[in-house]
Design a protein around this ligand. Sequence first.
Ligand SMILES: [Zn+2]
Length: 340
Amino acid sequence: MPGSITVWEKDPAVGGLTTAPIPDVGKLPLAFNFPAAPPYSSNPATAEFRYWNAAATLRRAADFWAASMQPPVEWNGSAILDVYLDRGVALQSKYDGQALNFYHGSPNGNLAVVVYSGASPDLLCHELGHAVLDAIRPDLFNRGLLETDAFHESFGDMSAILCALQIPTFCSAVIGETGQNFWSSSSLSRIAPQFGAALRMENPNLADADCLRNAWNDHPYSNPAGLTAAGPPGTVAANPHSFSRVFTGAFFEVLAGMLALKTGNNPPTPQDLQQVSCDMRDILVEALGQAPLVPGFYASIAGAMVTASLGPGPGRGPAVQQVFQNVFVRRKILPPPAIV
Ligand SMILES: [Zn+2]
């Protein structure tokens, strides 16, 4: 076993690799239970690589959430979460309340294309996000309410973005890609491009045009009662995955605003990206402790984030709060403030 291993930064389709320490999957809090560890391989086409890539990615992601100012002390109902990297044939990945489950599959009619959902850090960190949110707010899981189910999906994508920003080499790559224009479509904003491409071959309505879901979007909130259950890419439909992009877009725009406030006219550094990702994490987790469970959950959690963003705490204050307020109001997630 080498002293460190090579893993994907964010998604196999992006292609960036980075080095990671040998992960301790059984470390508390937020420990994992994998089937027995194989010897390491640096060949990304092998099951051995996928194991170590998943183990290192999930360890990094769990450590990130465990370091929040109000961290979950354990998973929902257990100190250890089971992880199954290949449960069989399906184009799917799933947190089911008990375990993280990943699969391998091909789009209908394209058997030459084989996608392992557990190979993508985006999908690993997305499913882990479901489990983290279930640990913090068990009352939100599988409610059958569109806005809570959609927020669960959004939290998974927010987890993918925030956890990717814990990798200095990836932060440098994003800065090189976006320059001063963090608010743009990038390898950071595009969630799970490899999996999205496979889904698009099967049904173009199941993914955005350039990835599974792009956090760089301008989808405003509209009452889901007026939306159809499915629709073409570029539109928002009343199903949890599609509707999640409304909240994720607002989150990503706020994150860009927080970064602009922090750096002013200076180019961002990897440390700046990492810092605002931690500030955003802490605001999210604090807001989750305050937001009531109501059918209109987007306004509930957005209002709690506006409150939490005032501080006290690092990376907060009136200017940060104004960013949250402006974005959530412009996107119609929150009503305009009353003029008094
Ligand atoms: Zn999900």
